[in-house]
Every structure is written in structure tokens, then in C-alpha cells.
Design a protein around this ligand. Structure first.
Ligand code: ADP
Length: 710
């Protein structure tokens, strides 16, 4: 091979390397979509290089020169695309025309063919870089230079053969090799740039990602395969109250987990490390530096290393303590709502049962009383049943009124001098005679009054005190089948104050621990939903009354062993003699020759009173309302009026006012259905001389008559 060819080739190679650098700096490193100006400028530069290549050719024969423009332009088409290559081709063509010579047509044809093949390769095989690029470049080199060989036929005929002989070997060896090498160089530059770009991007992403983890309110931690903390963000440190030195490198489970749940968390972590699940979501409690507990929802991802020791777990955690608490509150509220719903149904069923049961007996036996052939014994038995059932019904009604009054803070006390022993004896006697105890043959009722104190008199509300004692005794008897119900009291001193402490002890079913708070709530019972006598009001009323009396109530109990209820009230010693309310033993008042007006709008009530008064030989007049009453009084002043307070036309209180205004001096016994102590006082204030509460028993009427006539 001629020396000039080698020299030319070396020079050409240098230029092509320069060309590849242009590709690197002004093309691949620029934005992905290039501006048209950049394409034009690049086209001119490539065109310039083509001219320089043509300036350093090797001369075959004068006018027939060779250079590596074919390599340049084909690779230009392949790497730079249509516009730059078109401009470079045009420049090269112009320059080659200006050179002239016998090889002009071949020269022009080589320029056009090389560029066209390069551009076509780029467009027809767009993914060539990712396929076997070596083969692609070699194939391109051969096709371009076979094309160049064909172009030799455009030479003057006398030069064709010799030229082909001369260029055949370089065209099939050096030229394609040039294509391959230069192509590989440019490809490498392209790939290097791509790698550089990727690592810059990676760095950028990493910075963004780390910034995000650092500044988020979420916790982010990374734990190595041994469970040691290798990374944690500021939010994690701030909320837990640590600084980085105190946590990094420390075992996350020991540091953060409550000892009770450490094994469960370790198991979860071991499972995550296996990588069986890509993403693991779990909730755990973590302990802060000051010992408080947080609930965190974690999302954990495992980063697999080459081996288990290089595997790490990244966790993003959200502090859901407040949300969880709110959810728990909601669940509790829901349960409470459901419970209160259920209680409402139980209450209704219970009340219905409590009211209908005695009603059933009253109605049933009242009807039976009307049967023609019943014996005296049966009659007495039926009347007893009706009486007991009525008492029971009245007890419920009184309890409901009491509980409503306590709730509305309208219950008032009527304080007077009370004899403690007498209260106890009253209750014990009443219970010993009661239906409740009559059926319990194996249950004994014992009264244990300390003898050493003598007779204790104290200021309290006797009626209410008795009510509490009766409630407790009634429960003790009700919830015991055998054994003993014992009651008594002690006088105690506490912090310089004297107290009367009463106990009622039984050997009954007892009260389970978990129901201890509940039984003082109104309408609540230990065995809710199971019907037994009682509306669940007694204890709540007792507690309410004791609060008013300045006392308290408590109990101890053991299931199946028994219960002891205690209550205490202040022991207020009377300063001077208060009249003690006691039942009088005067003989029954005879009303012979006395006129009694019964003022009562309810005919049955009137009729009942009439029967009772007729037994006492009274002359009876009837006033069905206040207006009639006033007319009767004006006509003739009676000896007594039994005045219903709640009457139509003129109410009882209005009648009392008129009687006062018109200055009539008459004994008046008020009768009300409310049975409230405050109402009783009001009646006396308004001018009544006596008072009875409905339902009125014969004994109560007799007592009231004795009180007003004596
Ligand atoms: P009740 O009318 O249902 O007896 P209380 O308010 O008096 O209503 O009592 C509430 C509940 O407390 C009772 O239903 C019963 O379950 C329980 N209880 C009260 N006293 C006793 C006792 N001496 N022994 C066992 N359980 C009792």
C-alpha cells in the first residue's frame, strides 16, 4: 500500500476522532430534543470536517482522490440524523464539485450514498444500539463501502479497473473497520454520557428522597439484619425525645418496644427479613424516652443484600396514637350506646313485668271476689293477695317518683326528732309479718340493738331513714334463701363527729365484684334480663337520700356467701324536745252526729271514703269539685272536710284560700295522690289540720281523724 494512503488514513483518523468528540460534547450532552439551530450548526461543523477530510486525501491518480468521508457521513447519518447530515452532505458535495477531476462523479456519489445509508440505518433500525451493535456497525461499514465500490463504475472506464484493484482491499478491511471503531467510540461516549446522566439523576433522586424522609412528619428508620438502627429521621428523634447518638447502632426492639411485645415484634421482623413479602404493614406500640406509649403504623420494606447480613429493613411509620385513641373512644361510645339501648329494652321489659304482675293479681282476684259462691276464707285470702299486690304496685310508683325527684334535685327532707330503736322495731315487725318472709321458712331475721347506748334520739328524716333500712332489709331477704338476715347499728366517732352506722347482713347469693359499681345505678340489677321482683331502684334511691342526709352507703359481698350493706348518717342530738311522730293508740273516733264533706272528683275514691266514714257513723255530703264544696260550706259549715287537693273547677288549694278569706273555721284533712313531704307541709301552711296520702288505708284515715278531732 502506498505511503500516501497510510498518511492520509492517519490524518483522516485524527479528524474522525475529532468528529467523535463533537458528537460527545455538542450532541449527546445536550438536551434530548435538539433545537433546529443546533442541528444546522452541527451540520455545518460536520460539513467542515468533511472538507478537511477531503483536503487530506491520498491521491490515486491526479484527479482521483480518496478519503474517509464515507465513514464520516455514514456515521453522521447514523448518530446525528437527517438535518445535520443533509447540511454536511450538501457542503461536501459543493466542495467536491469545486475540486473537479476525473473522479468527480464517483466522489459525489460516495458522498450521497454514504449519507443516505447512514440516515436510512438510523431510521430503519432504530434500536440498533441495544441490539448487537458491533455487528450492526460492521454491517453498516460493509454496505456503505460496497456502495462506494459500486460508485467506482462512475469513473472514466480506463480508470475503473485499476482503481478497483487499488481500493478493493482497503474498502473491505480498513474502511469498514473505521466505521466499526469510530462507531464504537461514539457509542461508548453515548453510553458513558447516559451513565453519567443516570448517576446524576440517581444522586438527585437520592437527595430528594433523603430530604423527604428527613423533613416529613412520618418516622423513617432503617434497621440492619441484627435489628440495630442504622438510620432515623428528625421526626422520629423529636417525637421520641432522643438524640441520634442515643439510638443509632442500638437494638431497635430493646430500645423501642415494650418488653411484653418484644417477641412478637422480633418474629414479625424475622418474617420481613425472609423477603417472602415485598411490603409489610403492621401496628406496634413503641415507648418514648420518657416512658410514654405511642401507637405507630409501620410500612416495612426489605432491601435484599448479597447475603442476610447485608440485608436491611426500611420502615416508614405514622404516629397514630391520637387517631387510635379517638377510634377507641368511638368504639367505647358505640358499645355504650348499644348497651344503653339494650338497657332501655331491659328496663321497659322489667317495668312492664313489675307493673303487670301485681296488676294481674289485683284484677284477677277482684273478679274472683265477685263470684257468688266463695267462702269467707277464700274471700280473706283474695283480699290479702289484692292488698299485697297493691302494696307492691304502690312501692314501684313511689320509687319512680322518688328517683325522679332525686334526679331533679327536688327531694326535700322533713327533719324531726327520731327514735332509732323504734325505727328498727317498726321495720323488723313489718318484715316479720310480710309476705316476703312468710315463704322463707329457713331464713331468720335478727335485730341486734346495742343495749349500752340507751335510747338514741337524733335529728333526721324518719320516713326516709326507715325507707333506706326497709330497702336493705327487703333486698337481704329477697336475695337469701336460708340462713340469717341480721340488722343493727353502732354509734361511731370519726374526726370528732358522731355517726350512726347501720348494717344489714345476709347469707344470700352475694354480688359479683364486677357488678359492685353498677348496682347503685338506677334501674340496674345484677341479673339483668332475668325477671325477679324489683325494679332496680331501691339502692339508687337509698344512695340519693343518704347524700341528702349527709351520710353514705357501702357494702362488702362474697358470691354465694352473703352481703353486708352499711350506711351511716350524722348523729345529730336534738337540742330540745321535738314532737316525735308516733302512732297513737287512742280509740277510733266516732263521728256520730258529725257532718263530713268528701270533696273528691274521682267517684271511686269518694265511694271508698264514704264506706270507711259510714262505719264511723258520720253524715256524709259529696262535693265533686271545689265549686260544689264552697256552696255546701256556705250553706252549712261541716265538722270536717276531706279535701282532695287536685280537683277540677276549683282546686283544693284555691278552696283553702277561699275558706280562709271567708273566715270559715273548719277541720280540713287534705288528701293528695303525690305523697310528697313538701306537699304535706304546704297543705298545713295553707290551713289544713290534717293530711293523708293516697292510697288511703283504713288505719291511716283513723289516725288522721284522731289527730284532727283530739
Ligand atoms: P331491686 O329492686 O332490683 O332489688 P336495688 O336497687 O335494691 O333494686 O338493688 C339492685 C340490685 O343489686 C338487685 O337487683 C340485686 O341484683 C343486687 N342486690 C342488692 N342487694 C343485694 C343483696 N343483699 N344480695 C345480693 N344482691 C343484691
Amino acid at each position: 500500500m502506498d505511503k500516501s494512503i497510510i498518511l492520509g488514513l492517519i490524518q483522516n483518523t485524527a479528524l474522525l476522532v475529532a468528529f467523535s468528540m463533537i458528537y460527545d460534547y455538542s450532541w449527546v450532552q445536550q438536551k434530548r430534543s435538539k433545537s433546529i439551530l443546533r442541528k444546522i450548526i452541527t451540520g455545518f461543523i460536520i460539513g467542515g470536517i468533511a472538507i478537511i477530510l477531503m483536503l487530506t486525501p491520498w491521491i490515486q491518480v491526479p484527479g482521483l482522490v480518496f478519503d474517509t468521508r464515507s465513514v464520516l457521513l455514514s456515521l453522521s447519518g447514523l448518530f446525528f440524523g437527517f438535518i445535520p447530515t443533509l447540511i454536511a452532505t450538501a457542503i461536501a458535495l459543493v466542495y467536491r464539485i469545486s475540486l473537479g477531476g476525473s473522479g468527480l462523479w464517483m466522489g459525489l456519489a460516495v458522498i450521497v450514498v454514504s449519507s443516505a445509508i447512514g440516515i436510512m440505518w438510523r431510521n430503519l433500525r432504530p434500536g440498533w444500539r441495544d441490539r448487537n451493535h458491533l455487528l450492526e456497525l460492521a454491517a453498516l461499514g460493509y454496505i456503505v463501502h460496497l456502495g462506494m465500490l459500486c460508485c467506482a463504475f462512475l469513473l472514466p472506464p480506463e480508470n475503473i479497473k485499476e482503481t478497483i484493484q487499488n481500493i478493493l482491499i482497503p474498502l473491505l478491511t480498513i474502511y469498514p473497520a473505521g466505521n466499526v471503531l469510530l462507531g464504537l467510540l461514539m457509542l461508548r461516549q453515548y453510553k458513558n454520557w447516559q451513565n453519567r446522566k443516570a448517576s446524576v439523576q440517581l444522586l438527585e433522586y437520592e437527595q430528594r428522597f433523603t430530604g423527604m424522609l428527613k423533613n416529613t412528619f412520618l418516622f423513617s428508620i432503617i434497621i440492619d439484619s441484627k435489628g440495630n438502627l442504622t438510620y432515623c429521621n428528625d421526626s422520629f428523634l423529636n417525637v421520641l425525645g432522643y438524640n441520634a447518638d442515643e439510638v443509632l447502632g442500638k437494638n431497635a426492639f430493646v430500645l423501642l418496644t415494650h418488653p411484653d411485645s418484644i417477641n412478637a415484634v422480633r418474629d414479625a421482623f424475622t418474617y420481613i427479613l425472609t423477603g417472602k413479602t415485598g411490603f409489610y404493614n403492621y401496628e406496634s406500640d413503641i415507648i418514648t424516652k420518657n416512658g410514654s406509649k405511642l401507637i405507630v403504623s409501620w410500612n416495612a420494606t426489605v432491601f435484599k443484600g448479597d447475603n442476610i447480613s447485608s440485608t436491611t429493613v426500611a420502615c416508614i411509620g405514622e404516629n397514630i396514637t391520637i387517631r387510635k385513641r379517638a377510634e377507641n373512644e368511638l368504639v367505647k361510645a358505640k358499645l355504650k350506646a348499644e348497651e344503653s339501648d339494650q338497657l332501655k329494652s331491659i328496663f321497659l321489659a322489667n317495668m312492664s313485668h313489675e307493673i303487670r304482675t301485681p296488676m294481674n293479681a289485683i284484677m284477677g282476684f277482684s273478679n274472683l271476689l265477685g263470684e257468688p259462691d266463695i267462702s269467707e276464707t277464700e274471700k280473706k285470702q283474695y283480699v290479702d293477695i289484692i292488698k299485697n299486690s297493691s302494696d307492691r304496685l304502690l312501692q314501684i310508683i313511689n320509687d319512680i317518683i322518688d328517683v325522679s325527684k332525686i334526679e331533679a334535685k327536688q327531694l326535700t327532707l322533713s327533719l324531726s326528732e327520731c327514735k332509732l330503736d323504734q325505727i328498727f322495731t317498726n321495720s323488723i315487725e313489718a318484715f316479720r309479718k310480710s309476705e316476703l318472709l312468710r315463704h322463707k321458712k329457713d331464713l331468720k331475721l335478727i335485730l341486734n340493738i346495742p343495749k349500752e347506748n340507751g335510747e338514741i334520739k337524733f335529728i333526721s328524716d324518719q320516713h326516709r331513714f326507715q325507707q333506706i333500712l326497709d330497702n336493705l332489709l327487703s333486698n337481704a331477704i329477697k336475695y337469701s334463701e336460708t340462713g340469717v338476715v341480721e340488722t343493727g347499728y353502732q354509734v361511731k366517732e370519726d374526726a370528732g363527729e358522731k355517726w350512726i352506722e347501720v348494717y344489714v347482713k345476709d347469707t344470700g347469693i352475694g354480688i359479683p365484684d364486677e357488678k359492685h359499681d353498677l348496682i347503685f345505678e338506677r334501674f340496674r340489677q345484677v341479673e339483668e334480663g332475668r325477671f325477679h321482683e324489683g325494679a332496680g331502684l331501691g339502692l339508687s334511691i337509698s344512695k340519693g337520700i343518704l347524700e341528702l342526709l349527709g351520710g353514705k352507703i357501702w357494702f362488702t359481698s362474697e358470691v354465694n356467701k352473703g352481703t353486708t350493706f352499711c350506711f351511716s348518717v350524722p348523729y345529730i342530738i336534738p337540742e330540745r324536745k321535738h314532737p316525735v311522730q308516733s302512732r297513737t293508740s287512742l280509740p277510733v273516733t266516732d263521728l256520730k252526729g258529725k257532718t263530713v264533706i268528701i270533696a273528691e272528683d274521682d267517684y271511686n275514691s269518694y265511694f271508698y271514703l264514704r264506706l270507711l266514714l259510714e262505719e264511723l257513723n258520720a253524715n256524709i255530703l259529696y262535693a265533686e269539685n271545689g265549686h260544689v264544696l264552697m256552696n255546701l260550706i256556705r250553706h252549712k259549715i261541716p265538722d270536717l272536710i276531706l279535701l282532695d287537693i287536685n280537683m277540677p273547677v276549683l282546686s283544693g288549694f284555691e278552696c283553702l284560700r277561699k275558706i280562709r278569706e271567708e273566715n270559715f273555721q273548719i277541720r280540713i284533712i287534705a288528701q293528695t295522690a303525690y305523697a310528697m313531704p313538701d306537699e304535706k307541709e304546704k297543705c298545713f301552711r295553707e290551713g289544713c289540720t290534717g293530711y293523708i296520702a293516697k292510697p288511703i288505708s283504713k288505719q291511716e284515715l283513723h289516725d288522721a281523724l284522731k289527730a284532727v278531732f283530739n
